[in-house]
Design a protein around this ligand. Structure first.
Ligand code: SAM
Length: 331
């Protein structure tokens, strides 16, 4: 067993690290990084543009400078190149949607003790609630997936496949990247009706409207219409308990032609369920937000595949950030 001893300083660093979290969240909420853009502004300029308190803005800009998100010269502030690239809205690599999604989760994380005591979620599903939260959730998933999908699609061989089902595909990020990488492929993004506008807008932005369509549906309540020879289930199983995961896999298998490939992409726990760190913490995020969701281990997903009659089950040689992995099988 690899036991890491903690120093008191490390314990206190973890205990107060949310101060930095909240400072970053406030920077994105106030849209400071877009507001500064390529300029160098004084705290008085920023306070005036925000219609905010000048003393407080000065303290806030100094803290963002201490976090190395801004640069201070004389009495003006500029974006670092990191902040300009990832935190200003006009950048194609903007990560603000996922930062705002994390902001929406904070309240529930402060009630983790209650969720552990009762075993029950303390927040409604953010993906299903109001428009602003839905946008930060869906486009946050887009932020994350866009950083990863171009690499993922090179690890999954879809040559010779003609119709991909992107189940719970959100704005369609993976369907888009799979189609860009496989010229013969068309795809269907299956998701809740409320996701349609985000998906259609994103698919159109990539000029793929003629190859990717959107199918409204609820994979827990309805069968999956259509016929496919590949199915991609990315980050949907963790939202459900084991029984519903089996149901989703069974319905996916039924929608696949013989010889079709099923692929599950998830943050994967090791088989003792006590690591790696991100999937273990992500499981708590699901405890806080869903009745029975959790992170799963490779073995658990493989067992679910086997129960659904899937064969040639294997893990693809790929490890994403936060320990995401892909399990594949053939029906
Ligand atoms: C965490 S996101 C994953 C999005 C995308 N697959 C990815 O990996 O970036 C989960 C998606 O599942 C969709 N979803 C959740 N419950 C669903 C249901 N019962 N039926 C259909 N889609 C659902 C959500 O709307 C959301 O787009």
């Amino acid at each position: 067993m690899n036991v890491q001893e903690w120093t008191p300083g490390q314990i206190l660093d973890i205990s107060s690290s949310y101060w930095q979290t909240c400072t970053l969240h406030a920077g994105v909420k106030l849209d400071i990084f877009t507001l500064i853009g390529d300029a160098e502004l004084s705290s008085a300029d920023v306070a005036q543009k925000l219609n905010a308190d000048e003393r407080a803005v000065g303290m806030f800009l100094n803290a963002l400078t201490a976090m190395k998100l801004l640069l201070k010269r004389d009495n003006t502030y500029a974006n670092t190149s990191t902040a300009r690239t990832f935190l200003a809205k006009d950048s194609p690599q903007y990560l603000g949607h996922i930062v705002l999604h994390h902001y929406h989760l904070v309240d529930s994380w402060t009630q983790l003790d209650r969720a552990v005591s009762t075993g029950r979620a303390v927040r409604g599903q953010v993906s299903h609630s109001d428009e602003e939260r839905r946008e930060s959730f869906l486009m946050g998933m887009f932020n994350l997936a866009m950083n990863l999908a171009p690499e993922v699609v090179t690890k999954v061989d879809l040559s010779g496949r003609w119709h991909l089902l992107d189940l719970g595909g959100g704005p369609g990020t993976y369907a888009i990247q799979f189609c860009l990488n496989n010229p013969q492929l068309k795809a269907t993004v299956y998701d809740l009706a409320t996701t349609r506008p985000f998906a259609e807008k994103t698919i159109a932005r990539f000029g793929l409207t003629n190859r990717i369509d959107f199918l409204d549906g609820d994979y827990l309540e309805e069968e999956i219409k259509g016929s496919y020879d590949a199915a991609w289930l990315s980050h949907i199983l963790h939202g459900e308990g084991p029984d519903d995961c089996r149901k989703i896999i069974r319905k996916t298998v039924a929608a696949l032609e013989p010889g079709g490939i099923i692929l599950v992409h998830e943050f994967l726990l090791n088989n003792t369920m006590d690591g790696p760190l991100f999937p273990a913490l992500f499981s708590l995020n699901m405890l806080l937000g869903t009745p029975s969701g959790q992170s799963y281990s490779e073995q658990q997903i493989m067992d679910m595949f086997a129960e659904a009659g899937v064969k040639e089950i294997r893990r693809i040689a790929f490890r994403g950030p936060n320990d995401s992995g892909i399990i594949a099988g053939v029906v």
